[in-house]
Design a binder for this molecule. Structure first.
Ligand code: ZZB
Length: 257
């Protein structure tokens, strides 16, 4: 599986990261939908997740799950294959509430928020959030917006959640310009834990978006998603805003087993 890793730069480092003396530290989020990056409103981490802080051979520092740092070391990002340079480990909890800059989105700053359904055996364990076109993201962001207790539990200030309105980025005939919301409403999906319904919603939005979607934002407004997906991906690669990353068939190669 070939992913695009979006680099989300941490704007203000927390103590636990600033002591590493590395100014440029990025959360890296795996996506198959580079053309949706115009609609990012936040980034998700698993609060109970364990992440690694990896220094790449180009001097940049990436935060991701340990299976990802190991894979990256085999894909030309480390001096030595199989030996990623790990500067530290950090828990998902310590990443929540960080201000980030991310490519293409119109929000200058977005925040890391908790998502309890992240799978740690896939991608980087960090997910960038596009609530207009990803039902899981739409529902999880609504959960936080509607539930102050949940925000309090993770020490999130209102400013990290409430001002972030959905950005319409793709028009899909029959689904409008905020397809994820329409499908979640139609299917009466009530929270981020309705996994079966959300999987169906994701498939429906994914297929329709890919085959029938048209961009309504950015440089390629008016063009079909299929036509611009790779152009936008290559643009982010060539401007060093994203990395190419593949995941082997047997996804979990973990040093700790
Ligand atoms: C932005 C985005 C915009 C995404 C969208 C989807 C959609 P797949 O096909 O199952 O591999 N994702 C990535 N890693 C994880 C993880 N570890 N746990 C949970 N979710 C993860 O799914 C890949 C997509 O699932 C990725 O693409 C990412 O969210 C999320 F408009 O990134 B996506 C209809 C889907 N729309």
């Amino acid at each position: 599986q070939e992913y695009v890793l979006i680099k989300l730069k941490i704007q203000k480092l927390p103590e636990i990261l600033s002591k590493l003396n590395e100014p440029d530290i990025y959360l890296v989020a795996a996506t198959l939908r580079p053309e949706t990056m115009y609609g990012q409103t936040n980034c998700w981490v698993l609060p109970k997740g364990e992440y690694e802080v990896m220094k790449a051979k180009n001097g940049e520092v990436y935060i991701c799950h340990e299976h990802t740092s190991l894979n990256l070391s085999y894909q030309g990002y480390s001096e030595e294959q199989g030996k990623p340079n790990i500067l530290a480990k950090i828990s998902g909890r310590d990443l929540i509430g960080l201000p980030l800059s991310s490519p293409l989105t119109s929000y200058k700053t977005i925040y890391t928020l908790p998502l309890l359904t992240i799978k740690m055996n896939k991608g980087t364990g960090i997910v960038t959030s596009v609530p207009s076109d990803a039902p899981d993201d739409y529902r999880a962001l609504q959960d936080l917006k509607e539930n102050q207790k949940m925000r309090d539990e993770y020490h999130l200030s209102d400013e990290m959640v409430l001002p972030f309105e959905i950005i319409p980025i793709i028009e899909i005939p029959g689904f409008g310009t905020v397809a994820a919301k329409k499908v979640c409403d139609d299917m009466k999906i009530k929270n981020q834990f309705q996994a079966d319904k959300l999987a169906k919603a994701k498939e429906m939005v994914y297929l329709n978006g890919f085959y029938n979607g048209k961009m309504i934002i950015g440089e390629y407004a008016g063009k079909p998603v299929q036509e611009v997906k790779n152009i936008i991906k290559e643009y982010m690669f060539s401007t060093n805003q994203a990395l190419s990353y593949s995941e082997p068939e047997n996804k979990v190669i973990s040093r700790s087993g």
